[in-house]
Design a protein around this ligand. Structure first.
Ligand code: ACO
Length: 348
């Protein structure tokens, strides 16, 4: 068996397995919704949104679907990586807004990009989805010597589940997609993933399922005062303060644990690519970690919160504009509904 970059196989697992990000891609829909446009819709203002969130505009679809945005970002990542789609052995798609209950968005993207030698599945970890997916992909690379390239894509159409009558949440969200092509390497890598289901009710959107015709008698009651998901289906419900408290703690916790896993001190990180939820969450984490804010990449002013797509969107932008350079130590850190949290430390 030929051993590819990534080191020696021991007990069927590659030792010292990290990843090399070969190429990146992104897609943003053309409609730009600025704060004033939202102020025409709900009782808010540019000043309130800017000071409370840091956001100035977000992109929203104009006919594009979630799979389409993912396919466009994927095609760009494949081109950037200089590989052929037929060489991709696995597609992991992070999304909470797939166009279908089934098939997976990953399978539809596979068809669109012609990656017919790939296994494909979706992964739901909300705003931590890209971090969970990238770490999952790395573990596939670590244990399958026949796997050469993996496409990790995150695509979200949050405008499709946003409640545009709720001023405390509709100001946050936008649409978009980001993707990376990765291969096995011996570069630095560490990761840490977590979840706290006790906060599952703090941010959710219910599926709109139909009822079956065979119900009888009293319905089974599954009420639980702490975890009841009371509000309307198919719209995002957010208890902003609970999410805020969770997020300000999650960002440092996940980053520190991922650094520990990589065997480095957090001060050695050159660039943080945090989930773009709110400038105040990032500023608080920077202060608590004693890390200069300049080390944190900010893209939320342009695209809002795009859930799982926010980290690969920011990564693609700041790689392409030269801010993130080869050899730098990066910390990709996510937190979101679930509540999920996680971080990856890697050398770009
Ligand atoms: N415009 C004007 N006033 C508003 C708006 C608005 N858009 N939204 C809320 N307000 C009002 C409230 O009604 C409230 O008024 P009141 O005091 O008269 O009742 C006041 O502003 C303060 O409301 P808060 O909810 O306390 O506002 P807060 O400062 O907490 O900001 C926000 C709200 C921005 C949602 C904040 O809680 C937050 O960022 N939470 C975390 C959100 C987040 O990160 N979500 C995503 C993470 S997970 C994921 O990405 C899916």
């Amino acid at each position: 068996m030929a051993i590819r970059p990534g080191g020696r196989l021991k007990w069927g697992v590659f030792e010292l397995c990290g990843i090399n990000i070969l190429g990146t891609g992104a897609y943003l829909p053309e409609i730009r919704v600025d704060n004033n446009m939202l102020a025409d819709l709900v009782d808010t203002s540019d000043e309130w949104i800017t000071t409370r969130t840091g956001m100035k505009q977000r992109h929203m679809v104009n006919g594009e679907t979630t799979w389409y945005m993912g396919a466009m970002a994927s095609k760009r990542a494949i081109e950037d990586a200089g590989i052929d789609a037929s060489e991709i052995g696995l597609i992991v798609d992070a999304t909470i807004t797939s166009d279908f209950y089934t098939p997976s968005a990953a399978c539809v993207i596979q068809r669109e990009i012609g990656a017919f030698n790939a296994a494909a599945f979706d992964l739901n970890a909300a705003c931590t989805g890209f971090v969970y997916s990238l770490d999952t992909a790395k573990r596939f690379l670590q244990t399958d010597p026949n796997l050469k390239y993996v496409l990790v894509v995150a695509n979200e159409m949050l405008s499709g589940i946003t409640d545009f009558t709720d001023r405390s949440s509709c100001i946050l969200f936008g649409d978009g997609a980001g993707a990376v092509i990765i291969e096995r390497s011996e570069k630095l890598y560490g990761s840490w993933l977590g979840a706290n289901g006790n906060l599952a009710h703090a941010l959710y959107a219910k599926l709109a399922l139909n009822s079956h015709p065979f119900k009888s008698g009293e319905p089974v009651s599954i009420k639980n005062s702490e975890t009841e998901f009371t509000e309307s289906p198919a719209k995002l419900v957010q208890h902003g303060k609970d999410v805020y408290k969770f997020a300000t703690n999650a960002l440092p916790t996940a980053s520190l644990n991922a650094c520990k896993s990589a065997g480095i001190d957090i001060s050695e990180i050159d660039v943080f690519i945090p989930h773009q939820a709110n400038i105040r969450i990032i500023e608080t984490a920077s202060k608590n970690l004693n890390i200069p804010i300049e080390k944190f990449i900010l893209n939320l002013q342009n695209v809002g919160n795009t859930s799982g797509a926010s980290i690969p969107l920011a990564f693609d932008k700041f790689v392409k504009n030269g801010h993130i350079k080869r050899g730098q130590k990066c910390c990709l850190v996510g937190f979101g509904a679930g509540s999920t949290l996680g971080a990856i430390v890697l050398e770009y």
